[in-house]
Design a binder for this molecule. Structure first.
Ligand code: 5GP
Ligand code: ZN
Length: 119
């Protein structure tokens, strides 16, 4: 069924507590934790508890949960005090864009200057 946990998915295992993570915030629909290989002083991943392979498929199937991911991302940026300067929310989609984990996730990056356009 769409959205069901996938046995071979790293982020489903993190949501289930099978693989440990440094948890930042949990809600009924989302789970946020620090990236294991941070690309900025603040680098948090916000994921939906349900499994969809990318942000677009999540938004098409579960628009309210997609909005929850964005709200939590903004809330964490505020909590971590990177919102005044500015921060970035990134959804890599597809291998060519650098996606390596095929469970929808928002990267929330802040705490340093962020170049535009991104690489
Ligand atoms: P993507 O490359 O798919 O956009 O992002 C996947 C992210 O997951 C990467 O930034 C990578 O560092 C992070 N990541 C991969 N494995 C783990 C893990 O086991 N724990 C945590 N906390 N992050 C991970
Ligand atoms: Zn998953």
């Amino acid at each position: 069924m769409a959205g069901e946990p996938q046995a071979d998915c790293l982020f489903c295992k993190i949501v289930a507590g099978i693989i440990p993570a440094t948890v930042v915030q949990e809600t009924e629909t989302t789970f946020a934790f620090r990236d294991i290989n941070p690309q900025a002083p603040m680098h948090v991943l916000v994921i939906p508890r349900v499994h969809y392979p990318d942000a677009g498929s999540l938004a098409a199937a579960e628009p309210t949960i997609a909005a929850d991911v964005l709200s939590v991302a903004a809330q964490i940026a505020a909590d971590e005090k990177v919102d005044d300067y500015g921060y970035r929310i990134v959804f890599n989609t597809g291998t060519g864009a650098g996606q390596t984990v095929f469970h929808a996730h928002a990267h929330v990056l802040g705490g340093r200057g962020l170049e535009w356009p991104p690489g």
